[in-house]
Design a protein around this ligand. Structure first.
Ligand SMILES: [Zn+2]
Length: 257
């Protein structure tokens, strides 16, 4: 092919291509998703009071406090019917609790999480899939905690301050890097009524009440109906003994005073 024909063909191709390009409508600018502003500490509607500085340890099973404070904690929810019923009971009695939510449930019921925050409760991180952290790589643990944290923040704008490992399974090294990277105090418990074995309302009540002492962290599960049934009795009996129910962060704040 003569050189002039090649040049002509090249020019024709260039014009055609450019023409095609010109005919294309410009892509609409992608809509920027409105990201909620990161919450400021002073805006968090949780106890302890905004701006209060307190020591957040690597780990907590029970607190050293001089007053009869106690933390009631509920794991594995939210549950679509049991948790709202529990929130009604807590509201009627003026009790603040801490909920260690599972990420999959948090994504499914964000309205229940918002209600918890609006009513002065605390929400903690209980991972996305409720697996055994001790058997996971650091990368997988990070993914579990990050995912649940994002689900809680998407629902409430609130960044959790504490986490609870499923089954209480966690190594000292994991507690340490999680505190450093996420700022979380690993929160275990001092009283376990084994309510997940469904031993009956009166046994759950008795175990929780008899284990209580100042600074105790009581473990319960809001996915089990008998645990919700036991809650009014537990509250009445412990209030009669002079206990005041506070969130886990409030317990930590009281400990550092
Ligand atoms: Zn759990």
């Amino acid at each position: 092919m003569p050189r002039s024909t090649l040049v002509l063909l090249a020019c024709t191709a260039a014009v055609f291509t450019a023409g095609c390009a010109r005919k294309q409508k410009p892509e609409p600018a992608p809509q920027r998703q409105q990201q909620p502003a990161p919450p400021q500490f002073s805006q968090l509607p949780s106890i302890p009071p905004p701006g209060m500085k307190y020591h957040r340890p690597v780990s907590l099973s029970s607190a050293r406090v001089s007053r009869p404070l106690i933390a009631l904690t509920y794991d594995d929810g939210p549950h679509p019917t049991n948790t709202p019923r529990l929130l009604n009971i807590l509201r009627q009695r003026g009790v603040k609790a801490t909920f260690y939510v599972v990420g999959t449930n948090a994504r499914r019921y964000p309205g229940i999480l918002r209600r918890m925050i609006n009513e002065g409760h605390e929400i903690g991180n209980h991972t996305i899939t409720h697996g055994n952290l001790k058997k996971m790589s650091n990368a997988k643990v990070r993914q579990e905690l990050r995912g649940c944290e994002q689900a809680i923040m998407a629902a409430t704008g609130f960044k959790p301050r504490t986490m609870r490992p499923p089954y209480g399974a966690i190594s000292p090294a994991q507690k340490s890097w999680i505190r450093q990277e996420f700022g979380y105090t690993t929160t275990l418990w001092s009283v376990d009524p084994r309510d997940w074995q469904k031993p009956g309302v009166s046994i759950v009540t008795r175990r929780l009440v008899s284990g209580a002492k100042p600074g105790a962290v009581l473990l319960a599960h809001d996915i089990h109906k008998p645990t919700i049934d036991a809650t009014p009795g537990v509250i009445s009996q412990l209030q009669a003994r002079g206990f005041q129910f506070v969130t886990v962060s409030a317990l930590l704040a009281a400990q550092s005073q």
